[in-house]
Each structure stands twice: as structure tokens, then as C-alpha cells.
Design a protein around this ligand. Structure first.
Ligand code: AMP
Ligand code: MG
Length: 462
């Protein structure tokens, strides 16, 4: 079924625990991503017949399942040991576009589960499926969702007993900043070196040593976070264990796309202090990259010189990010003028504009864009100056989506799924597959939440 070649298993045993997923009572299909299956060189019909594999009830040929070890800073606090507490890496599939991890999430307890049950409720599985696939359609590097299944079991969560689910996640790899941190914290320099070589081979071929990898990850993360920012995306848990070395978005827990623009917006119910607010994300990315640099220090030779070099490299992040952000905003307003772009954001803040719809309206019909904000005079003044500069409409059309996965829509799909109705989930996926045009089908999905529908908090995928 898969063409497995499991390079992670060739790393020392202390990197992981070899173990199979725990079987579930009664596997049932939620979704198979046939388009992704084809991209991976897999036969959708064969996958369709293998619901037991996606539930963790059968280990497919060639797989060498394991749970990965990592650590991380969670909300700034150090957790010396995390790891795949509810996930199993089945193996690495070699597809037409290269090597990818195939991971089951919600696959049962592991030695890294701590107090958790190793399972996932169906809701978070659906959220990750919808949002990660939407991110991909929006052109943002991300892990993908190949399959989602129900387990026929219930899991106990804050809300009460909920149907369980398992997501099959595809990723360039699951190596995180926290994977480097765990070996650094244990003074395991050999482990660090092996991980460095492995990560360079997979994600940054040609990169020159630890500093080369650091530069590569900085560049990828600067571009990634700039893309998030340009879509109003708030990740919600930018812990170092949720930041990949590949530069893919990972871990769609309490994430959300903002509707009414506000730079300090936070969704996560556990982010009391706004650490991971929309506007803070570039700073947090840098903070996480500094943790990566710190973890890599033992590989950089003379410590004092290494600290000086690493600091200098990290200081380059602001420039990298500014370049990436300028590029994103230049496309969004169709001209390279950050002052004009920032002025628009400020008008949206004052005038309560829907982030997605204001930019889209500017793209398709600037005259209705003013209806998005309440401070019309200020907006009209801006609009006149902007229009006089002949914005590049083509660039704007490729940068300003008509639809994003609005939180209330995701929550509706989850609520319906809990009632046994998957139609809203499938409908949502279908419209999000093409976010770049206004269609009759996506019209209802372009409307912001009403006061009654609005979701102001999202919860962790645990
Ligand atoms: P997250 O906040 O989702 O990135 O997860 C942080 C850590 O908690 C990771 O080590 C997860 O494997 C672990 N974890 C989260 N949910 C569960 C669960 N239901 N069972 C066991 N471990 C979990
Ligand atoms: Mg995580």
C-alpha cells in the first residue's frame, strides 16, 4: 500500500519507542483524501479498503511504527519530556514528491502520554482535517490530512463523553524544535549530531552544519509566519514542540482565522496572557528559533564564539521576517507600500472590518469595500490615494481569498459530526478546496459569524 523507507528507525533507539498503534473497537470512515492519496502515488481504492490501517487496527506492510521522543517550551515553561503521547509514526512513505511521514494521531497511549489517554475526540480530528487542508489550498506550507476515521469508542473530555477519532497526518517530517531540545537538555551531543545530520538530509540538503540548519529554519519560519499573518491565522499554541524544522504548519489545536480585525486577538482558552496573539506570532517565532539555536550550541564548537555567531544569525530574523511580511502585504494591496498597508490595517482596527472580506472586497469591487468598515471617511480618503496608484489586481486576486475556514463553520461541522451527520464537514471541505473564487456554493461560507454564532474561544485538540 505505502512504499515505506523508515529512516527515523535507523537513528538510535533512544530517539523513540517502537510500538504499534492500539486497536480500536469499530473503525468507520469519516473521510479519505483521494486527491492527496494520488499526489502521494497511492491508489485511493486500495486505501478505501484499508479502514483498519487508518484506525490503527492493522500495521501495513513495511511500516515500522514508533512513538517519537521530544521536549519543548509550552507557553514559555520548560517541559523536559513530551513526545508522541497520542500519535504513532507508521513510517516514511516515498512518493513522487519525496519522503513523507505517515502518522496516526489519536492512536492510543504511549510511554509519552503522561496523564493523557492517547486518544483524540472526533471534533479535533475534524478541525485538523478541515483547517490543514484549507491551509494547503491557501498555499501555506502545512501538514496534510490523508484520512479520518471513527473508532467506535468514546473518549472522556471536559464536555463529557465524545466519539473518538483517528487522523492520518502526512508531514515532511515531525522533527520539531523540541526534538533538538530534548537531546540538548540531556547533554546528548551524539544524539544532537545524529539528529542534525538527519534533519539536514531531509530538509536542508547542502546546509552547512548547525548554523546552516538554523539559517534554513529561520528562513522557512519567517516566510511561514508571514503567510499566517496575511491570512489572519492565529496558531494558538506556538510552543517549541509545535514548531517544525521543515517549515510546515503543525498541530491545529486551538487555532482560528480572525474575522473582525484586531491585532491582539487570541482564541485559545488556555492562552490567558495573550502570549500567542496574532500580532505576537513573529516575536514568538524568533523566541522559538532562539531555543533552537541554544539547543544547537553544543555542536558549534567554542561556546563563546558560538553564542556570538548564533546571536548574530538570530538578529537577522527581523529582516527576514520584514521582507516576507512586506511581500505578503504588497500582494494583498497590490503595491509595495507598507505605509499604505499598515494604514489600512489601522482603519480596519478602528472600523471593525472583517479581515478576509475587506481585502477580498478591495480585490473584486473596491467600492463595496467601504461597507466593511464603520469609519467611512477615513477609508474613502485611503481608498482614493490607493486607487490613484493603480493596484495590481492580479496579485491581489492570488493573495486575498474569498473564503477561509471560519471558526463557526468548523464548529458547526464538528457539532453535526457528533450527531452522526458528516454532510456539513464534507461541504466545508469541498468549498475550501478552492478559496480563490466567489461561487454560488461558497457564498454562505463567506459570511462572518453572527453574534450568536461567534466562537470566541477554541480548545486544545486533546
Ligand atoms: P499539544 O499541546 O497538542 O501539542 O500536545 C502537547 C503534548 O501533550 C504532546 O506530547 C502530546 O503528545 C501530549 N498529548 C496531548 N493530548 C494527549 C492525549 N489525549 N493523550 C496523551 N498525550 C497527549
Ligand atoms: Mg503538539
Amino acid at each position: 500500500m505505502f512504499a515505506f523507507d523508515n529512516s527515523y528507525t535507523r537513528l538510535p533507539e533512544r530517539f523513540y519507542t517502537k510500538m504499534a498503534p492500539a486497536p480500536v473497537a469499530d473503525p468507520g470512515w469519516v473521510a479519505l483524501n483521494e486527491g492527496l492519496a494520488r499526489e502521494l502515488g497511492l491508489d485511493p481504492d486500495a486505501l478505501r479498503d484499508a479502514v483498519d490501517v487508518f484506525a490503527g487496527n492493522r500495521v501495513p506492510e513495511g511500516a515500522k511504527p514508533l512513538a517519537q521522543l521530544y521536549a519543548g517550551h509550552q507557553f514559555g515553561g520548560w517541559s523536559p519530556q513530551l513526545g508522541d503521547g497520542r500519535a504513532i509514526l507508521l513510517g516514511e512513505h516515498l512518493g513522487p514528491q519525496g519522503r513523507v511521514d505517515v502518522q496516526l494521531k489519536g492512536s492510543g497511549p504511549t510511554p509519552y502520554s503522561r496523564m493523557g489517554d492517547g486518544r483524540a475526540a472526533l471534533g479535533p480530528v475534524i478541525r485538523e482535517y478541515v483547517v490543514s487542508e484549507a491551509m494547503h489550498a491557501l498555499g501555506v506550507p502545512t501538514t496534510r490530512a490523508l484520512a479520518a476515521v471513527t473508532t467506535g469508542e468514546t473518549v472522556l473530555r471536559q464536555e463529557g463523553p465524545l466519539p473518538g477519532g483517528v487522523l492520518t497526518r502526512i508531514a515532511a517530517s515531525h522533527i520539531r524544535v523540541g526534538t533538538f531540545q530534548v537531546f540538548a537538555a540531556r547533554d546528548d551531543v551524539e544524539g544532537l549530531r545524529l539528529l542534525l545530520d538527519h534533519a539536514i538530509a531531509r530538509h536542508a540538503p547542502g546546509a552547512d552544519g548547525p548554523m546552516g540548519l538554523l539559517r534554513h529554519v529561520m528562513d522557512a519560519q519567517a516566510k511561514l509566519v508571514a503567510q499566517w499573518m496575511g491570512l489572519g491565522f492565529v496558531h494558538g499554541v506556538m510552543n517549541t514542540d509545535n514548531m517544525t524544522i521543515s517549515g510546515e504548519t503543525i498541530d491545529y489545536g486551538p487555532c482560528a482565522f480572525m474575522e473582525t480585525y484586531h491585532p491582539d486577538i487570541v482564541f485559545s482558552s488556555i492562552d490567558q496572557f495573550g502570549r500567542y496573539a496574532w500580532s505576537k506570532q513573529p516575536d514568538i517565532a524568533l523566541w522559538n528559533l532562539a531555543q533552537l539555536a541554544t539547543a544547537l550550541l553544543p555542536l558549534m564548537g567554542d561556546r563563546e564564539a558560538a553564542v556570538a555567531d548564533a546571536t548574530e544569525v538570530l538578529e537577522g530574523f527581523r529582516d527576514l521576517y520584514a521582507k516576507a511580511w512586506t511581500k505578503v502585504m504588497a500582494a494583498k494591496i497590490g503595491m509595495n507600500d507598507m505605509n499604505l498597508a499598515m494604514e489600512l490595517l489601522d482603519i480596519m482596527r478602528e472600523g471593525g472590518g472583517d479581515f478576509t472580506n475587506t481585502f477580498r472586497a478591495l480585490t473584486v469591487d473596491p467600492d463595496v469595500a467601504r461597507d466593511q468598515v464603520t469609519c467611512r471617511e477615513r477609508f474613502d480618503d485611503w481608498l482614493a490615494r490607493w486607487q490613484a496608484r493603480s493596484p495590481d489586481n492580479g496579485a491581489m486576486a492570488r493573495a486575498n481569498p474569498a473564503i477561509i475556514p471560519r471558526n463557526h463553520r468548523v464548529e458547526q461541522a464538528i457539532a453535526a459530526a457528533y450527531e452522526g451527520d458528516l454532510a456539513p464537514f464534507h461541504a466545508l471541505n469541498a468549498v475550501l478546496a478552492d478559496p480563490w473564487s466567489e461561487t454560488e456554493a461558497n457564498r454562505p461560507y463567506r459570511v462572518p459569524a453572527t453574534d450568536a454564532e461567534r466562537v470566541t474561544q477554541t480548545f486544545c485538540g486533546t
